[in-house]
Ligand binder design. Structure first.
Ligand SMILES: [Zn+2]
Length: 143
């Protein structure tokens, strides 16, 4: 997608998603960090929301991005276009963590990643910027 078209796409999606992102962020289970995060994964035909789900055994915590991706995959949908990441508790564009970058890269290396801040200002990145040197990208083809 060319730059100007991408900007129009992103800004129209943000206005479409704004209220739902705020609404879904209330489903976040984040009693430890108090950082409510919601991800909206846009596929060719649908939208999947996911929230962060913490656990008192911290390693079991699941991020919003992975919640949204696992929901889409569970519903048989792998046509990922873009993922919007939002927190009403964070005042800068919120980037995905390392684990989520790896999971995002599994399904679409061209997905657009839109990192929102609480006032809905945003930054756009592609996975190749956030996770350069696509590790083991050919592993599936080896079998
Ligand atoms: Zn993450």
């Amino acid at each position: 997608m060319e730059k100007e078209k991408l900007k129009i796409y992103i800004e129209s999606k943000i206005s479409e998603l704004k209220e739902k992102l705020i609404l879904y962020s209330k489903n976040s289970y984040s009693p430890y960090s108090k950082l409510r995060v919601v991800a909206a994964l846009i596929t060719k035909n649908s939208i999947y929301f996911g929230v962060n789900i913490e656990n008192r055994s911290f390693g079991l915590t699941n991020c919003a991005e992975r919640s949204a991706i696992f929901s889409a995959i569970s519903n048989g949908d792998k046509d990922f276009e873009a993922i919007f990441i939002y927190s009403p508790d964070y005042d800068k564009p919120l980037p995905p963590c390392g684990a989520c970058r790896q999971v995002i890269s599994e399904f679409n290396y061209n997905i657009v990643i839109i990192m929102l801040s609480k006032d809905f200002s945003y930054e756009v990145k592609f996975i190749e910027e956030l996770l350069p040197l696509n590790s083991l990208e050919n592993l599936k083809d080896k079998n």
